[in-house]
Design a binder for this molecule. Structure first.
Ligand SMILES: [Zn+2]
Length: 497
């Protein structure tokens, strides 16, 4: 008899301090399908459910598919989205059982308007339906805030091991391998999760350089290899702008049984994370410093490929608004030639530019609409050089095969700067965000992207140099102004050094 496995993806990284709600429509704009429509929706996409499908084929499981849902990070998830997506999982658990196991793909830093710890709540409600016996495996983003509630109701915890995240399929497969052994009765997994008094650390989980994160990931792989009772070690860097008591970096060990050595491993890993909490591999430049550094590099002569500037603090991928004008204004003032900027999310400006049409010279009020403290709107005159419907299939390793939807989009050329003005908030991780609009970033001298780290997957291979600009928008490294009310205190770096 084939094992029956309940599965689904419901993921969101919720920024508690974002003014933007995350409603059902936001999932529709990014990735959303239910039940039997799931396989067609994820075909060719390098995301977690594709790994679940591969595992089901390998182990001969019968999958009960519920939902795949993902949206760009923004404020807490609204009730309509929670009811539809969590509802699809819980309804199937209720009506389509019994199950031999559960394999859920989650982010691990979701909050809803009702729950600070949405994944913990979902797992608790699921457990109440399926009972204590069926093993529950969850996959997580490397930036999950793993809580005690999540740990209590999951038997197997398995997070990504890359940032930029490019191992979604493998993460599902690693979790599936342990789940299959569990359903066969070979192992009896249990999880422990350990944290320290910090909401930062592990170099924010970056795996593009040698740092505390890669050190722990190597150690994790070695221990899994040498100790057959250690089924999985997951290292989570955490997600800072969460108004959650247990936010921050964690280590979760999935052991075979409840030997105290599993907690000892997690403790040792988190001691190291605490000791190395100050480590940061990025050099953060202000807007002025960024302009000066670009001028210095240009004075050295043209290198191979563009200077890529990350607009770190306005990364929609961490819940920032994607319409901050702080960096854009600085670059425009510097009057660079052969430059492009992606994207400014401004639905009204995009509509005006699209309506004006290709070739039109127009003046628009651009950006800064959600919160002008992160850069006031700019009145800019330029030419519309391209109009698109904003859709492209990602080809970079981060979202390969996933169709991105910027909504009605225009390229607005102001001086030597081509600005991609989009209607939907999407982190700029892909070359195709530019090429679909007729801009080849490989041929530009300066390419600015609203992303913190994920852009490196597609842009590091083409960049002459990468600069990180923290212009002071919502996702700035300076978190001292964020109004945390439910986070445990005292904590690093707010109260402790
Ligand atoms: Zn992440």
């Amino acid at each position: 008899m084939a094992f029956r496995v309940l599965t689904g993806l419901f993921g969101h990284e919720s920024n508690a301090f974002s003014r933007l709600p995350t409603a059902y429509a936001n999932f529709e704009k990014y990735l959303l399908a239910f039940g039997d429509d799931v396989p067609a929706k994820i075909k060719g996409a390098s995301i977690e459910p594709a790994g679940v499908e591969l595992a089901a084929e390998e182990y001969g499981w019968e999958l009960v598919r519920t939902v795949v849902a993902w949206a760009t990070p923004s404020g807490p998830v609204a009730q309509d989205a929670w009811d539809a997506c969590a509802g699809a999982i819980l309804d199937a658990a209720m009506s389509k059982g019994p199950f031999d196991g559960v394999l859920l793909n989650m982010h691990g830093a979701m909050a809803t308007v009702e729950y600070d710890d949405a994944e913990g709540e979902l797992l608790k409600q699921l457990r109440a339906i399926i009972g204590p016996d069926a093993p529950v495996a969850i996959t997580l983003d490397l930036h999950a805030n793993v809580t005690d509630l999540m740990t209590e109701h999951a038997d197997i915890i398995c997070a990504y091991r890359t940032y930029p995240h490019i191992d979604q399929i493998e993460t599902s497969q690693r979790a599936a391998a342990v789940l299959d052994r569990t359903m066969k009765g070979d192992v009896k997994p249990a999880c422990v999760t350990v944290r320290r008094d910090t909401i930062e650390g592990l170099d924010d989980g970056r795996t593009t350089t040698d740092n505390p994160m890669t050190t722990l990931l190597k150690r994790a792989a070695d221990i899994e290899e040498s100790d057959s009772d250690v089924l999985l070690i997951s290292v989570q860097a955490g997600f800072t702008p969460a108004n959650l008591y247990q936010a921050g970096p964690t280590v979760s060990v999935t052991g075979n049984g409840t030997d105290p050595k599993f907690r000892a491993i997690a403790d040792e890993f988190m001691d190291y994370a605490w000791e190395t909490r100050h480590f940061d591999s990025n050099t953060y430049l202000s807007t002025d410093e960024t302009v000066a550094e670009i001028n210095r590099l240009l004075a050295e002569g043209r290198g191979k490929g563009p200077i890529v500037v990350a607009d770190f603090s306005d990364n929609p991928g961490s819940g920032a608004y994607g319409d901050s004008t702080l960096l854009l204004a600085g670059l425009l003032k510097a009057d660079f030639d052969n430059a492009c900027f992606g994207t400014i999310c401004d639905q009204d400006a995009a509509a005006e530019l699209v309506a004006a049409g290709e070739g039109a010279t127009v003046t628009v009020n651009l950006g800064g609409k959600v919160d002008a403290t992160f850069g006031a709107p700019l009145d800019l005159t330029g030419t519309v050089t391209k109009v698109t419907d904003g859709t492209y299939v990602a080809q970079g390793p981060r979202w390969k095969g996933v169709t991105h939807n910027l909504g009605p989009t225009a390229v607005f050329k102001v001086g030597g700067m081509e600005i991609v003005v989009a209607s939907n908030r999407v982190q700029l991780t892909e070359i195709e965000a530019f090429t679909h609009a007729g801009i080849d970033p490989r041929e530009r001298d300066i390419v600015a992207v609203k992303s913190m780290q994920h852009f490196r997957a597609a842009y590091a291979p083409i960049a002459r140099e990468i600069l990180i600009c923290d212009a002071g928008a919502l996702s700035s490294k300076d978190i001292s102004k964020l109004p945390f009310t439910r986070l445990r205190r005292p904590i690093f770096p707010l109260d402790l050094d």
